[in-house]
Every structure is written in structure tokens, then in C-alpha cells.
Design a binder for this molecule. Structure first.
Ligand SMILES: NC(=O)c1ccc[n+]([C@@H]2O[C@H](COP(=O)([O-])OP(=O)(O)OC[C@H]3O[C@@H](n4cnc5c(N)ncnc54)[C@H](O)[C@@H]3O)[C@@H](O)[C@H]2O)c1
Length: 303
């Protein structure tokens, strides 16, 4: 059993970014495989997801929640366990705290997307939603060199604590949405990036809408962006883009998988003026990347 503290001790934010980039590349190359995640609704409280993947000699299954009302009960939105088994013998090797793995790989995806798609001169981050996973997005962006940021959250204590930790500042939603890289990690109940916020050359990384019916960006704003996602099958059914896909406003040909950009098989940003949007729904291969890093750093785990 590897608890949250041990996971965070084993993998730094900077290493999480590298492991997450590797995961996107291995998946794009067909070396790491995963079926789309399966949702089990638990209305009106939230949902469970089962997320399997195989690669690097192991297979994983993450059983994880999104219960958006949990913070008011003093409980995390995201919780569960991640099983790691040998892909050679099927033996169960380890059980990892899944909240910690999720935070590292979710935050890291925002940073990988910014490194690949933001303008070379992008310097500032606006973070909308400074909870658990927003915090790790900020830490991962800081770890890859973003030293200026604006933290916005209706809970001022969350924004204050994060801004103090990273040497960023707090601000309004509008201020955060005006930065070079804008990251949204809210529960996805209402749009937090509006068409009126858009500025030429921005990069948007939207991570909060990870199930159908959630949205953080106005549809009119989405269709003005050059679109990228973590994986089309998953993102088109249960992510920021899925409402637009259902409405016929977004087609497959308009959306590029991030792994293809990282591998050099598809273009990323094509001009300094265009606005890029990365829709993260969270992939099991990202969890696999972090789980492998944890196993490598943990003594006495059989491989
Ligand atoms: N894409 C992924 O891989 C991935 C991974 C984990 C979680 N998520 C999703 O991210 C979302 C957030 O998860 P979390 O664990 O960080 O939750 P959390 O409750 O810890 O954080 C959410 C934060 O958003 C803030 N918020 C709420 N409404 C807001 C608004 N209108 N403007 C600005 N901030 C607002 C809340 O005050 C809170 O601080 C959930 O929807 C979750 O399902 C996505």
C-alpha cells in the first residue's frame, strides 16, 4: 500500500510533467493501451470511474470518484485506489492512493499542454479554480518555469494559500482569464471562460469538465479556438468538447490529440494570434506514467 504522502515524496511536480509527456507519447505510438474510462453515476452526489491501462510491464486499474459536493462535507472530490499488477504474471504488485496520482498527472497535463501549445513568449498563468487539482496544475506550471500567475477562486483562502506558496498573486476571474495561459479546474457547473475573455495568442487548458454535462467554457468561445484534446474517444463523449460535439458544432477533423502534436505527427499552434484550447478529461495512461514513477522510486515493490 503506497499512501498519498509516499506518492508525493516519490514524484516531484517536474518529474510528473516528464512522465505525463512520456505517457502521451507511448500511447500515441501504440505501446501503452487503454480502453475509454467507464462511468458509474451516483446521482445526485457524483460519479465513479473505472480506468484501466497497460504499458511498461504493468497493468493498472484506477477506481476513482468525482463527488463535487464533498468539500462541504470535509471530504475530497477525488478519492479511491489504483491497483498495479504485473503484465507478465498478473500478480497484484501495489495499491496506490489515487487522489495523489490523479493530482500529479492532472496538473502535469496542463503543463505539458502549455509547453506544447502556448506561445514561446507566454509568461503568465491565470488559474480559475484553486482546489486540489487546480493547485497541482499551478505547481506543475511553476515547475516548468511559469513564475507569474493569478489565482482566482470564490473561496479566497484557497486562492491566497496557493498564491503565497508559489509567489503568484490572487485576482478576479476576469484577471485570471486575461493571462497568457489560462487554466480552469472548477466543478464545471457554469462557464468560467467567456467569449468576451478571449485574447489573441492565449492558451487555454480546461481540466474541470471531465464528464458529460460539465462545461467551463462558453461554446461560442470554444469554436473560436484551435482545438486539442487528450484523447478524442473520451473527450468527445465526456469532456469540455462533448456538448459541442453532440450539438454538431465540433467535428473530429477540428480536434487534434495532444500526443500527435508531441510526437511531431500533427501541427500544434500555427500562428502567434490563434487561441489554443486543450480539453483534458484525464487518461488512464497518465495514471500509468505516474504509477511507474512511484514504483521505480519505492523500495521493495516486486516488478
Ligand atoms: N481532467 C482531469 O484529468 C481531472 C482530474 C481530476 C479532477 N477533475 C475535475 O476537476 C474538477 C475540480 O476537481 P478538484 O478535485 O480540484 O475539486 P476541488 O473542490 O478541490 O476544487 C474546485 C475549486 O473550484 C472552485 N470553484 C467553484 N466554482 C468556481 C467558479 N465559478 N470560479 C472559480 N472557481 C470556482 C472551488 O471553490 C474549488 O476551490 C472536478 O470537476 C473534477 O471532476 C478533472
Amino acid at each position: 500500500m503506497i499512501d498519498a504522502q509516499a506518492v508525493f515524496s516519490a514524484v516531484s511536480a517536474a518529474e510528473a510533467v516528464e512522465r505525463t509527456r512520456t505517457a502521451f507519447l507511448r500511447h500515441h505510438a501504440g505501446e501503452w493501451v487503454m480502453p475509454a474510462k467507464t462511468y458509474v453515476d451516483a446521482p445526485p452526489h457524483g460519479d465513479f470511474r473505472a480506468m484501466p491501462a497497460r504499458g511498461g510491464g504493468v497493468a493498472i486499474l484506477k477506481w476513482v470518484t468525482s463527488f463535487p459536493g464533498n468539500p462541504s462535507r470535509g471530504l475530497p472530490v477525488v478519492a479511491g485506489a489504483l491497483l498495479v499488477s504485473s503484465a507478465e504474471t498478473g500478480e497484484l504488485l501495489a495499491i496506490l492512493d489515487c487522489g495523489a496520482v490523479t493530482s500529479l498527472r492532472t496538473g502535469a497535463a496542463a503543463a505539458v499542454s502549455a509547453q506544447a501549445l502556448a506561445r514561446d513568449d507566454a509568461a503568465s498563468v491565470g488559474l480559475i479554480g484553486c482546489g486540489v487539482n487546480g493547485g497541482w496544475a499551478a505547481r506543475c506550471l511553476a515547475a516548468v518555469g511559469y513564475s507569474e500567475g493569478v489565482c482566482a477562486d470564490p473561496r479566497p483562502e484557497s486562492a491566497d494559500a496557493l498564491a503565497t506558496e508559489l509567489g503568484w498573486r490572487t485576482g478576479t476571474r476576469e484577471e485570471a482569464a486575461a493571462q497568457d495561459v489560462v487554466v480552469a479546474v472548477t466543478p464545471g457547473h457554469e462557464p468560467v471562460i467567456l467569449v468576451s475573455d478571449l485574447r489573441p495568442g492565449q492558451h487555454l487548458a480546461v481540466l474541470g469538465a471531465d464528464a458529460h454535462g460539465k462545461a467551463e467554457v462558453e461554446l461560442d468561445a470554444i469554436v473560436r479556438c484551435r482545438l486539442f484534446c487528450d484523447e478524442w474517444e473520451q473527450a468527445s463523449k465526456g469532456g469540455e468538447l462533448s456538448t459541442g460535439v453532440s450539438a454538431g458544432a465540433i467535428e473530429r477533423s477540428q480536434v487534434t490529440d495532444l500526443g500527435a502534436v508531441l510526437a511531431g505527427d500533427a501541427p500544434g499552434r500555427t500562428s502567434a494570434e490563434e487561441i489554443t484550447l486543450f480539453d483534458s478529461t484525464g487518461l488512464a495512461i497518465q495514471d500509468l506514467g505516474i504509477a511507474l514513477a512511484v514504483l521505480e522510486a519505492t523500495p521493495n515493490v516486486p516488478r
